[in-house]
Write a protein that binds this ligand. Structure first.
Ligand SMILES: [Fe+2]
Ligand SMILES: [Fe+2]
Length: 206
């Protein structure tokens, strides 16, 4: 999709636009927003070529492996898609990739899942921070947060564990329908966001 249209505004500065032009732009935004899932999948495919130097798998494979592990634990669609996308910010926002990913998810996921993605970076430090002389338990500043344990579990079971080149992970196509379903939801629907609700991860399977 080129993003072009046979309908085009006449203004060159936004302040000069007319009401009719803005109504037209609002209509044109709808099909563009409907393509969000496609743009997300394209970004993920781009991670197939981006192996952070030194790791044994690519960034795409890491996301696929995390999502495959979530699915294997019978996790719900929010968890599977969040596991798939939790590192989607690695390329464009390497210093704050967790928050970058969370903002993509926030309108379409329940609050608990978004919080976990938003904070997984500091929770992951638990597994390696001490090797750099950092406080590996900096995550404990969130100890009173109701989502603390969920985030610790997410990192332990699906994130820090998903760097194994021999793990039989599903291909991206396997998850595409679920990505499309999540991003087709009504943005910020309270029935989806479920503010404050703690669900946690499903029990681990074997
Ligand atoms: Fe990460
Ligand atoms: Fe990760």
């Amino acid at each position: 999709m080129s993003g072009r249209s046979d309908q085009t505004v006449s203004f060159t500065q936004m302040k000069d636009g007319t009401r009719d032009e803005y109504l037209m732009l609002r209509e044109l935004e709808k099909p563009y927003q409907a393509m969000t899932a496609d743009r997300i999948l394209r970004e993920l495919r781009g991670q197939a070529d981006e192996s952070l130097a030194g790791y044994r798998i690519t960034r795409l494979e890491h996301g696929l492996q995390a999502a495959t592990r979530a699915e294997a634990d019978d996790a719900d669609i929010d968890w599977v898609v969040a596991a798939l996308l939790h590192d989607i910010g690695d390329g464009l926002a390497p210093q704050n990739h967790d928050r970058f990913a969370a903002e993509i998810l926030r309108p379409f996921m329940r609050e608990e899942v978004t919080w976990v993605v938003e904070h997984h970076g500091i929770f992951q430090m638990h597994y390696y921070g001490h090797h750099y002389g950092w406080d590996r338990d900096e995550r404990d500043k969130h100890a009173d947060n109701p989502f603390y344990q969920t985030c610790a579990d997410f990192c332990e079971r699906w994130d820090q564990s998903s760097f194994d080149p021999d793990y039989p992970m599903q291909p991206l196509e396997h998850f595409e329908d679920r990505v499309r379903e999540v991003f087709a939801r009504k943005a910020y629907d309270p029935a989806v966001i479920r503010a404050g609700e703690v669900v946690g991860l499903p029990p681990a399977k074997a």
